[in-house]
Design a protein around this ligand. Structure first.
Ligand code: KG4
Ligand code: ZN
Length: 354
């Protein structure tokens, strides 16, 4: 059994996990800064990066304790090194480098977006490739053809907002707190998905493009008048209906594009990762989609859809097995350097040096 210590600090959570053989999660933990950040109204990069530095030693100790493992028994250290916030990534990358150097362990740099897809390996000893994968998160909504863990080809994706970003903005329009996805998910259960007519951009147009900007604007006018500036004119019933209608529209386009991509590439398995894959409406629609075609649906547990370190441990293991190691000069590639929407598509060409 080869155990990888995995770290993920690309945004506002610091996460650590121990993953054996790329699929068995021995222990995992996270340190959220949500409460500290609430008073700032969002993520403050410097505060978050400092918070990660403070949290990581305790997190690593805790996962080792929970798995009853001594650090000497670790086989390798993996870290999400791109894309993400520069300071946040640097905290995780520095911690991983220190551990790898001190313990003389292989160091593995992992693409955060590709790791979202590699999460399908967790709890699943065998995954048959190729497959078509969708990563729908706060900064990313793209479709990939995956040939192996981390070996992905970009097929298409959003031309404006990411799906998670759209959920967060829709929640803001409806006066709901950040992050909006879970709030909309919860309220959608009590609403009517047919109550508010909302656009489904590019639906059935034969392309793999996605767009959520029009949907968001239509919701804004529905909730806040023809100029989008009125006070929220919806009661609790109206908000629930808006949530259900919004969720139904996002779900419809995500499923439509996933279906098209899978048919076009003749695959028999579809995978979905990223925070939006926690959404219960989307999850049940995906079950229906896969069942209709007789496809295998690879859908990680919700805790492995949102940002987590176990997915980094899964992908890290496969990269390690393929001999793709990073050196002590590993430097993170923040979002601004490489562009969030290209990250996983460039995987094979653009990797940190070392
Ligand atoms: O993958 P993730 O944890 O972080 C990024 O890499 O961005 O995704 C976060 C996004 C947020 O936009 C959040 O609102 C959304 O995932 N999200 C959801 C749900 N849970 C999280 N969206 C819809 N329904 C949910 N249940
Ligand atoms: Zn993510």
């Amino acid at each position: 059994m080869a155990v990888v210590l995995a770290l993920e600090t690309s945004c506002d959570d610091a996460c650590a996990a121990l993953v054996a053989d790329g699929h068995v999660v021995l222990a995992e933990d996270r340190a959220s800064q949500e409460d500290d950040l609430a008073s700032w109204g969002g993520v403050v990069p410097e505060i978050v990066a400092r918070g990660h530095i403070a949290a990581l030693p305790g997190l690593i100790e805790r996962v080792l304790q929970r798995a009853a493992m001594r650090p000497e028994a670790l086989a390798a250290v993996a870290v999400a090194a791109w894309p993400g916030l520069g300071g946040s990534l640097l905290s995780g990358v520095t911690a991983a480098k220190v551990i790898a150097l001190r313990r003389d362990l292989p160091l593995i740099a992992v693409d955060h977006i590709a790791a979202h897809l590699a999460a399908v390996h967790l709890g699943r000893p065998v995954v048959a490739y190729p497959l078509v994968g969708l990563v729908a998160s706060g900064g990313h909504s793209h479709l990939y053809l995956a040939h192996a863990p981390g070996e992905v080809e970009l097929l298409g994706g959003t031309i404006d907002d990411a799906a998670g970003e759209a959920f967060d903005k829709a929640a803001q329009i409806l006066g709901l707190p950040y992050p909006g996805g879970p709030q909309i998910d919860r309220l959608a259960e009590q609403g009517d998905p047919r109550a508010v007519p909302l656009p489904r951009s590019f639906l059935g147009d034969g392309t793999l493009r996605l767009s959520f900007a029009g949907l968001k604007t239509k919701l804004l006018y529905h909730a806040r008048g023809p100029y989008g500036r009125d006070p929220l004119g919806l009661d609790a019933r109206g908000i629930a209906d808006a949530c259900a209608s919004f969720q139904a529209a996002v779900t419809a386009v995500l499923c439509d594009k996933l279906e098209l991509a899978a048919q076009r590439h003749g695959v028999r398995a579809i995978a979905v990762g990223g925070g939006v894959a926690c959404n219960r409406g989307l999850r049940s629609a995906l079950v229906g989609l896969a069942a209709r075609h007789g496809w295998e649906l690879l859908l990680p547990e919700p805790r492995h859809c949102a940002d987590n370190a176990a997915m980094v441990g899964a992908l890290g293991y496969f990269r390690w097995q393929a001999g793709r190691l990073a050196g002590p000069d590993l430097a993170p590639l923040p979002t601004g350097v490489m562009g969030p929407r290209k990250a996983a598509g460039q995987l094979s060409r653009q990797e940190p040096v070392g």
